[in-house]
Design a protein around this ligand. Structure first.
Ligand SMILES: O=C(O)CCC(=O)C(=O)O
Ligand SMILES: [Fe+2]
Length: 351
């Protein structure tokens, strides 16, 4: 059989019958789907009802233990989740050439393409995505959906608005578990005064097509999200896994209507290392494709410095991370990837 060359378009992965070399990963035992045999209990991240009277404690514990949790009773309507999922399906079902009309430009974040973390890995990932970071998506929607343009833009705007509100609500609750409020974040006050938004959200639509050899492929390789927190809706198909030191890779089974929340690097910095930013990845499947919709709630614009919240660190310190602007942190992340937090860590923290 002729070997499939490296000239594979990510827009057509679902039609391939064989796994090309460039997409074949060499997994070690520790990378495998199953947790190490020492883990006897099948555990996963907690599901937290946001109406629970103990919600602050529950969120705080989940953030400390896992850096991730699931939320029920979050107030986002099922119909909005269904709408954004079906918009994603409609997009990814289009022929590759049409999807490429929305391709991200060389420099830009917005648009269609392979995962942004791809350059850090030798092998390619079995997924494609559409990133909606700014208003430029409207022009792309107009090109690919001239008839349904208004409807689809409306869904995205509504989703962004709802996610932003939910993210701020979660931030307040989680900070409450550390005994502080949003007003204790030095840069949040500054950005409010200067009139700009505290942080900006990016929507990433991910598609993981069916895969002929899922056990040798990777949908999205292990990473932490750079942002403050991520709210993820996954379609009714498992694939997301989070890493926990004692347990290995733990699958987060989808529960209809329940959303996943990840703590990102920025929250790890704010909490002065109290909350881990969760390492996670997505595996793929042989029979069913999978969609996930990530809302990545980012950092402050401009020259605002991010550093651990002084009230959390306390008067004697030590501060574990030096101050960085959001754009500087992103630049570091896209240079050294999983070493980015180490790169801004204070070597001999005193106070
Ligand atoms: O598809 C998933 O479950 C994970 C997506 C993700 O981690 C991301 O978009 O950053
Ligand atoms: Fe992620």
């Amino acid at each position: 059989m002729p070997s499939i060359t490296e000239d594979v378009s990510i827009g057509n992965l679902g039609s391939l019958q064989t796994l090309p070399d460039s997409f074949t990963w060499n997994f070690t035992a520790a990378d495998s789907l199953l947790p190490p045999s020492s883990a006897t209990v099948k555990e996963s991240i907690p599901v937290i009802n946001l109406s629970d009277p103990d919600v602050t404690t529950l969120l705080g514990n989940a953030c400390k233990t896992w850096g991730a949790f699931q939320i029920a009773n979050h107030g986002i309507s099922q119909s909005l989740l269904d709408d954004v999922e079906s918009l994603s399906k409609t997009f990814f079902d289009m022929p590759s050439e049409r999807k490429l009309e929305a391709a991200s430009s060389h420099k830009g974040v917005s648009g269609y393409g392979e995962p942004r973390i791809s350059p850090f890995f030798e092998k390619k990932m079995w997924s494609e995505g559409l990133t909606i970071a700014d208003g430029s998506y409207r022009n792309q929607f107009l090109t690919i959906w001239p008839r349904d343009y208004t409807k689809y833009c409306g869904i995205i705007e509504e989703y962004k608005g709802e996610m932003e509100n939910l993210a701020s609500r979660l931030l307040s609750c989680i900070l409450g578990s550390l005994g502080v409020t949003v007003d204790d974040i030095e840069w949040a006050q500054k950005t409010e005064k200067s009139g700009s938004k505290m942080s900006r959200g990016v929507i990433r639509l991910n598609h993981y097509p069916v895969c002929p050899e899922p056990e040798r492929a990777m949908g999205l390789a292990a990473h932490t999200d750079s942002c403050l927190l991520t709210i993820l809706h996954q379609s009714n198909m498992g694939g997301l896994q989070v890493f926990k030191e004692e347990s290995g890779w733990v699958t987060v089974e989808p529960i209809p209507g329940v959303l996943v929340v990840n703590i990102g690097d920025l929250f790890h910095i704010l909490s002065n290392g109290k909350f881990p930013s969760v390492v996670h990845r997505a595996r793929v499947n042989q029979t069913k494709s999978r969609i996930s919709i990530a809302y990545l709630w980012g950092g402050p614009a401009g020259d605002v410095k991010i550093s651990p919240i002084s009230k959390i660190v306390g008067p004697v310190g030590p501060y574990l991370y030096r101050p960085v602007t959001w754009s500087e942190y992103l630049r570091i992340k896209f240079e050294v990837f999983d070493k980015a937090l180490d790169a801004i860590r204070v070597v001999n923290p005193t106070n």
